[in-house]
Each structure stands twice: as structure tokens, then as C-alpha cells.
Design a protein around this ligand. Structure first.
Ligand SMILES: [Zn+2]
Length: 385
């Protein structure tokens, strides 16, 4: 049974039996970053085109979506673990591989939660259609990646980047979040890692049928070696990259491509295709044992006046990158629908490039800015595009 988007549980999509409210921005994040009842700039109104960006304002604490009690309780466990991991990062305490998995799960939850919020609360231009999936279906659904940066101590604040773009409205595959001095860039998409790690990866393929050509995704054999170009997009500031390949199925569904030692070394549990969390530096990619002092050094970015700009703009650059290397499409589609989807992606990348141009112009002349960057520069708490 389907509920209207305003009434569906954000986690499972069903009408909640015992209704509770899920905060889109978790309460612990609000408390950690300032007064939980504060108002905040929330997204950019872009419907009038990139020349007329306007900042929107919301109260954090009223930003909630409906949820079943059982779903909410289950995800509360993840929130409690995530809180601990974020606190460890801010305090530069060692992290385990399990901590990194928790962080990646949580980023999946927040990213998809913000996307559903945009659809149901009206800050997304694609709001007219019912969300095709909910948070519970998208945690560990596809390859996921995060890049962690620590700034010098610079006060409290919570900022998002990328959640207001039409690209994010179409598919919640990349965004960035800043929690006090911690910046996390995050992306998730099928094929985004696996193809370059040399693992089995999904690819769109086509088949002729009596009714016409059908496009669908199929699993291809990996190259069994690292390929150049893993998450290769411009990164203007320092950061540590962590990642975890993920498939939306079990080994039973598709065993042959996984039957070799190179591939199997990547998995903690082969039957469920649960991969080991990985860490990538300039020189190596390895399974995470511990994130300790050496890795923390790689996260540290000294103060630079362009950091707010880099934070916003690199989220859009990441979105465009992921839309090119990730899998576009999946469910079987006609040739016409598939081509329409590719054209939409192309158009959305174009819009992001227009935003990036506008942002660059605003950096050159801050008096022209109405996207929140002035407030950011003044140390005010901003959620920007
Ligand atoms: Zn539910």
C-alpha cells in the first residue's frame, strides 16, 4: 500500500502505523552545531534560474518527516553510533573499520533523507512525483565514498552543499556536510568504485526484442586489477578518502564474476557481498585496519579564505563527476526512455556548470552574492546550495 509522499514513513515508504517524527537534520547534529531551535538558511531557491538565486530560511527543529515507530527506533541505533563516530573524528580519536561503515551508513541515511525532504517539503523541483525509494532501501545499496577533512578549530556550524541543485533533486548521489570543523564529501552510485577497483560492476546494455530495444543493467566481470581514475575529480582541499563497494543483491544472485581470489579479497562476507571498508591515499588503497594519527594528518586542511567556496563548489563538481562514472539507469527501459534519461543527466550537469560559473563570479565580487556565502564569511550559520 502506498501513502502520499507527505504521509509516508521516510524509512520504508508505508503509511506509519504508530506515527513519529523523524528530524531530517538529526537533533544531536543540531545540538552539536549550535542552538537546536535556531533558524537557518536552508537551500537556495533556483526556480528563477541561475541568475536569480535566493536563500531560503527554515527553523531546524521544525524540519521533520513522518516515520513508523519501529523504523524510527531501528534508525535511532544508527544515529547513536554515528554520533559517537563524529565525536571521535572531531576529537581525532582512532576509528575502526566498523566506525567507517557506520559513518557511510549514516551518510546514506542523511543524503537520502534530505532528498526525500526536498521532494515532500517543496524545495525540490522534482517534488511533483512520488519518491521511488525511501531511506531504508538505500543504505548500503551502491558503492559509497566519503572524503573527510578537518579544518583548524573555527567555531560551531552546520552547512550542507549540493542538496539544492536540480541534479540532487533528480538523484541523491552526492552532497557535502560540514559539522563544526569537520567536512565530509559523500557520494554513492552503482559502478562508481567497483569498475575502477577491478571488481564486478554493473553496466547498461541493450537487447533487441520484438517490441523494440530494451536497455537494462547487467553485471560485468571486473578487470581484476586497479584501473587508473578511481574517484578522479578536482579536489581543491586536503582530505582522507574512505570507501566501500556495495551491491544491491547477494552472491546467490550472481556468483560467477565473484569466483576469483582477487575479487574475494575485497569482501568481509562473501555470501552477502559485504565488502571491507577501504582507505585510499595518493600511494595506496588498502582495507582499513585503523584510522590513526597518520591518517588524521591527511585530513587536515589549514585555514584558507576560499574554503566556503570550495566546500560549495566541489559538491557540484562531485555531482557532475558521479553522474558520469556512476550507472545511469537500471530498471529495464525502452530506448526512448533511456535516451531521455541520458539527456536529462546532460541538462542537469549543464545547470550545475551554470551554478559553478555563478559561484566563481560571486567569489570575485562578493557584493553580488545572495547564496549565503556572505553570511558564511561573517561566521553566521548557513546552509547553502
Ligand atoms: Zn517505516
Amino acid at each position: 500500500m502506498k501513502a502520499s509522499p507527505e504521509k509516508a514513513c521516510v524509512f520504508c515508504g508505508q503509511p506509519p502505523e504508530e506515527k513519529t517524527k523523524e528530524h531530517v537534520v538529526p537533533l544531536w547534529v543540531m545540538k552539536l552545531t549550535g542552538d537546536e531551535k535556531r533558524k537557518a538558511f536552508f537551500g537556495v531557491h533556483y526556480a528563477n534560474g541561475p541568475e536569480n538565486l535566493q536563500v531560503r530560511q527554515h527553523a531546524f527543529s521544525s524540519y521533520t518527516l513522518p516515520a513508523c515507530k519501529t523504523c524510527n527506533d531501528a534508525f535511532a541505533v544508527l544515529e547513536a553510533f554515528a554520533k559517537r563516530v563524529v565525536e571521535k573524528l572531531l576529537a581525532e580519536q582512532p576509528l575502526t573499520a566498523a566506525d567507517v561503515e557506520v559513518l557511510l551508513d549514516w551518510l546514506d541515511k542523511v543524503r537520502v533523507g534530505l532528498w526525500i525532504a526536498g521532494r515532500t517539503l517543496g524545495t525540490n523541483i522534482f517534488r511533483a512525483s512520488q519518491p521511488r525509494f525511501f531511506v531504508g532501501q538505500r543504505v548500503r545499496w551502491a558503492d559509497r565514498w566519503a572524503r573527510i577533512t578537518l579544518l583548524p578549530d573555527g567555531g560551531q556550524g552546520l552547512t550542507y552543499a549540493g542538496v539544492g541543485t536540480p541534479m540532487f533533486g533528480s538523484m541523491p548521489s552526492a552532497f557535502a556536510i560540514r559539522i563544526n570543523r569537520l567536512i565530509i564529501q559523500n557520494a554513492s552510485s552503482p559502478r562508481m568504485l567497483t569498475r575502477w577497483l577491478g571488481l564486478p560492476y554493473p553496466e547498461m546494455t541493450r537487447k533487441r526484442t520484438p517490441d523494440g530495444t530494451i536497455y537494462f543493467s547487467k553485471l560485468c566481470f571486473g578487470k581484476n586489477r586497479l584501473l587508473p581514475g578511481l574517484m578522479d575529480f578536482p579536489k581543491p582541499f586536503a582530505g582522507l578518502e574512505v570507501m566501500q563497494p556495495a551491491y544491491p543483491f547477494d552472491l546467490n544472485d550472481c556468483e560467477r564474476p565473484f569466483r576469483n581470489p582477487y575479487v574475494q579479497a575485497f569482501f568481509a562476507d562473501l555470501a552477502t557481498l559485504r565488502a571491507k571498508p577501504l582507505l585510499a591515499t595518493r600511494t595506496e588503497i588498502r582495507a582499513i585496519n585503523e584510522i590513526g594519527p597518520h591518517e588524521y594528518e591527511l585530513m587536515k586542511q589549514p585555514f584558507h579564505p576560499s574554503i566556503p567556496h570550495w566546500f560549495s563548489s566541489s559538491a557540484l563538481v562531485l555531482q557532475n563527476y558521479v553522474s558520469e562514472v556512476g550507472l545511469v539507469g537500471g530498471p529495464p527501459a525502452t530506448e526512448k526512455d533511456h535516451k531521455r534519461l541520458l539527456k536529462l543527466m546532460n541538462d542537469l550537469r549543464h545547470v550545475n556548470r551554470a551554478f559553478l560559473k555563478k559561484m566563481d563570479a560571486q567569489v570575485r565580487d562578493p557584493s553580488k552574492s545572495n547564496d549565503g556565502s556572505v553570511e558564511l564569511a561573517q561566521g553566521r550559520r548557513v546552509i547553502s546550495i
